[in-house]
Each structure stands twice: as C-alpha cells, then as structure tokens.
Write a protein that binds this ligand. Structure first.
Ligand code: BT5
Length: 271
C-alpha cells in the first residue's frame, strides 16, 4: 500500500446511504483502541451511531484482553449503540455485525466470506475480521454498547507474527490487489444499520437465518474451549437467542454461551 494513502472521510460521508449510522465520524490517524475512544465519546454524551475510525491502533484489543494487531491499511472501526435490550441479547449484536461484514465483503468484493461463531468473519477458513462487543452499564442499566470491527483490508500478512500468518488473511492477499476501503465501510454501515434496526423491531429470526446462511461451521466438528471446560462435538445450529448448539458424540446437545470454537472438519451426518 502507498502508506501515505489515508482514508478519505469526505468520500465516506458523500457516499454513505444510512439514515443515522456513521453520520458523525471521529477520524484518527493513530490511537490505542477505537473502542476506548468510542467509550470516551459515549461518556461525553455522543449519540448513537457515532463512529470512530483509525488508520492504526497501538493497543487494539480482542476478547478477554487479547491483542488485536492493527497495522496501517486495515479498517479499525467502532460504533456507539444505545439499544434498549437485555444484556442476554447482546450476542445478537455481535452476530448481526458479523452478518453485515460478511455480506458487505461478498457484495462489494465478490469474495466468499463466511461467519464463525461468535465473532469472526473468515475467508478460505482464515480470519479476515474480528468483532469485539463491549457493554457499559450503570446501576444495572445498560448505558451503551461499543461494537468494534477490525477488518484486515489493505496490508500484506507478512506484517503478522508467524503463528497468525497460518490462521489469518487480508482482503488484499485474497484478491491480489488493494480494495476500496471507503466503499466497503459505506456498504458495511448500511447493512449494519439495517440489521440493527431489524433487531430492535424484533426481527431476530430473520437475522439468525441470514447468519445460518453465511455460517461456515454448521455441520462441522468443533472443539470448544471456555474458561471452565474444553470438549469436542458437532456444531449443529444456533438457537433463537444466538447461542451455539453443539452435539456431543453421545448425542447430548450443549448450548455454548461464550468461548472459543475451533472448527475441525465437516462430518457426514449433521442431524
Ligand atoms: C476478536 O477477538 O476477534 C475481536 C477483534 C476486534 C478488533 C477491533 S478493531 C476496532 C476495535 N478496536 C479494538 O481495540 N478492537 C476492535 P478474539 O476473538 O479474542 O481474537 C483475538 C485473536 O485473534 C488474537 O489472540 C490473535 O490470535 C488473533 N488476531 C490478532 N490480530 C489479528 C488480526 N489482525 N487478524 C486476524 N487475527 C488476529
């Protein structure tokens, strides 16, 4: 990438076809984490739909305090949302964000992006996007949600450490050329607004069906690890709440509410 080439925020503003999402864009060339900045803005009273985007992050974060590597050329973006939903429903925000990202990548770039529960978007079984949904409550009441989206767009994966080069990819690597980040952001925000509004209108079933269509893992052998256990089984579905259902070898169905899932291989029999 031409490292001088920065995101053209004016171009995003001109082409953005949303009603409220991304109408306020907070742009930075470098920051620790766009989720942290979005949180500060939310604390200052910035409205729902405000987004923060940075060319690079020095302390990009994943779940459970993991590190998210965020070189120049990526899309590192956070959204302030103020949904009136129960904390148990937050998983749905992560899932609908994954749907929006996968669809935007498919439509804009004609790449077969797939979703892995709960927060990854993959291309050719490699992670191209991670989502971090953080919530902030006061007195037991949800104040706001920050949805952080990291997309490996225009950089070579040679910048990654060795072990990540085996599990991650970038859109540039997949296509063999750089992508138009502004276009992808506009498409993503439009879809995000659509699916988020669908959630608020109670159209969860439709969102979960979209998720199923885009999922790469249903019917596959998986290994699940959480802080309290580790086991194998077959990912059979997600339930109405968005939790993953895994069938163990003895036929028992187990609901997964959080954790890491490693996909092994497709099984013959998925029922
Ligand atoms: C995630 O966590 O996948 C959530 C990533 C969210 C990043 C966005 S960027 C904008 C916003 N601001 C932030 O600070 N964060 C959000 P998790 O499922 O825990 O995956 C983390 C793991 O992915 C790490 O432990 C690495 O193994 C791997 N990883 C790190 N950087 C990566 C990258 N750029 N691409 C693919 N995998 C990566």
């Amino acid at each position: 990438m031409n490292l001088k080439q920065k995101l053209n925020i004016e171009k995003i503003r001109r082409n953005l076809k949303t009603r409220w999402l991304g109408k306020k864009i907070h742009y930075l060339s470098e920051t620790d984490s766009t989720n942290n900045v979005a949180r500060e803005l939310a604390e200052q009273g910035f409205k729902e739909g405000t987004i923060v985007v940075s060319e690079t992050q020095t302390r990009g974060k994943g779940r459970l305090g993991r590190k998210w590597i965020s070189p120049k050329g990526g899309i590192w973006l956070s959204i302030i949302l103020k949904p009136k939903i129960k904390p148990s429903e937050l998983i749905k925000i992560t899932l609908l964000t994954a749907v929006a990202v996968a669809k935007a990548i498919r439509e804009e770039l004609n790449i077969n992006a797939e979703i892995k529960w709960p927060n990854d978007v993959l291309v050719n079984d490699r992670k191209v996007c991670g989502i971090l949904t953080e919530t902030f409550s006061q007195g037991g009441k949800l104040q706001y949600v920050i949805v952080g989206i990291g997309i490996n767009a225009n950089f070579d994966i040679s910048v990654f450490p060795e072990e990540l080069r085996r599990t991650a990819t970038s859109l540039k690597k997949v296509l063999g050329r750089e992508i138009n980040r502004e276009r992808l952001i506009c498409s993503l925000l439009r879809k995000m607004e659509f699916y988020y509004e669908a959630l608020l209108k109670g159209r969860t079933k439709a969102i979960l069906n979209e998720w199923r269509k885009l999922s790469s893992m249903l019917g596959c052998k998986v290994e699940v690890s959480s802080f309290k256990e580790r086991f194998e089984g077959t990912a059979v579905d997600i339930d109405d709440e968005g939790w993953l259902i895994v069938k163990l070898d003895d036929g028992t169905l187990k609901k997964i509410v959080s954790g890491d899932v490693t996909v092994r291989r497709k099984t013959q029999n998925t029922t």
